[in-house]
Design a protein around this ligand. Structure first.
Ligand code: BMA
Length: 319
């Protein structure tokens, strides 16, 4: 039952799974305060979530849970998958909010996640074949940075990273390029906050980019400040398939916002924070995995073709 209906479901793109939340602290074999903001991928025929699990100190680690169908029968790994390293300058306390993408050239998964050093949050990279053992590359760019994901392949010879630096207090989404996954440059702003809109305060990447014939679907979260709190909702842009630094379309409205009880009430109320998507093109299905109120993991599904139609009907951007 919706706690309160505040969202006008005009386009009804997404349908929430009626068994939400699909993962919560009680599912963990040891005490956890919150399980949220998971990366998602299809691995060996199963849906794999790399979830952020926060302990009672308030420290987060990343832990794998697998399901045969993406909704039920989750198997939680007994050991943490990726943890902070107390001896590291850059990954000292906590690891948060991972995204995962399969790199075609390396034939490995790239996991980008938020780590912390004294100067603030920054984005780190780890590469893995099996989401079990990792080659850690460390921080990619200086603090303050969050919400990052690589594209699965190079463009004009260079890898591309979407991320969300904070510059002079402003939080816009940017794109940076690298020849080797280590040295990053040609930084450019990609998705700005919009004055007066639902995404006026902050924006940040949501899940990994989804490739379609029409271009890259990039879901992002937008934040509005109210007198009571900050509302985290979901928007969508379309990026050019060959030049992802070119934004073609942007949704005017949000397409998913906090509505049900688990999305409205938790450690941070009124937050939907998608960080992972699993697409089944043959079934025309997109599963969107998101943190609900910084406390649990939920899933909503959409028809991929309807999402593409929706963004193609959104305002065209002129450069
Ligand atoms: C962001 C991140 C997320 C969190 C969200 C809502 O800044 O820290 O981890 O889910 O805020 O509280």
């Amino acid at each position: 039952m919706p706690y309160r209906t505040r969202e006008k479901r005009a386009h009804d793109l997404f349908t929430r799974y009626d068994g939400n939340p699909i993962l919560q602290p009680e599912d963990w074999p040891y005490p956890a305060n919150a399980v949220f903001n998971p990366a998602a991928a299809k691995v060996d025929g199963q849906t794999l979530l790399l979830a952020r699990v926060e302990d009672m100190r308030g420290f987060s680690r990343l832990i794998v849970a697998r399901s045969p169908n993406g909704f039920t029968d989750w198997q939680v790994d007994s050991d943490p998958t990726l943890t902070a390293d107390p001896n590291s300058q850059e990954e000292r306390w906590v690891l948060e909010d991972p995204r995962i993408v399969y790199l075609e050239e390396q034939k490995q998964y790239a996991v980008t996640y938020v780590s912390f050093r004294e100067g603030g949050p920054l984005v780190s990279l780890a590469i893995t074949k099996n989401v079990h053992t990792f080659a850690r590359f460390g921080a990619m760019l200086p603090a303050e940075d969050k919400d990052a994901c690589l594209f699965p392949r190079r463009f004009e010879g260079r890898f591309a990273l979407i991320h969300r630096p904070i510059v002079r207090g402003e939080a816009h989404i940017g794109l940076s390029l690298s020849p080797d996954l280590k040295h990053w440059g040609d930084h450019q702003l990609l998705i700005h906050t919009r004055h007066a809109y639902w995404d006026s305060h902050r924006v940040g990447l949501a899940c990994q980019p989804t490739e379609t014939p029409a271009g890259w679907l990039v879901f992002y979260h937008g934040v509005r400040m109210t007198t009571a709190n900050q509302i985290y909702r979901l928007g969508l842009v379309l990026l050019d398939l060959h030049n992802p630094w070119k934004m073609l379309r942007r949704s005017a409205e949000w397409i998913l916002g906090p509505q049900t009880y688990c999305e409205r009430v938790g450690d941070a109320s009124d937050v939907v924070f998608p960080t992972g998507a699993v697409v089944d093109e043959a079934k025309d299905e997109l599963h969107l995995y998101y943190g609900a109120a910084d406390s649990t993991v939920a899933v909503a599904t959409a028809r991929l073709s309807e999402v593409i139609d929706y963004i193609l009907a959104s305002p065209e951007l002129h450069h």
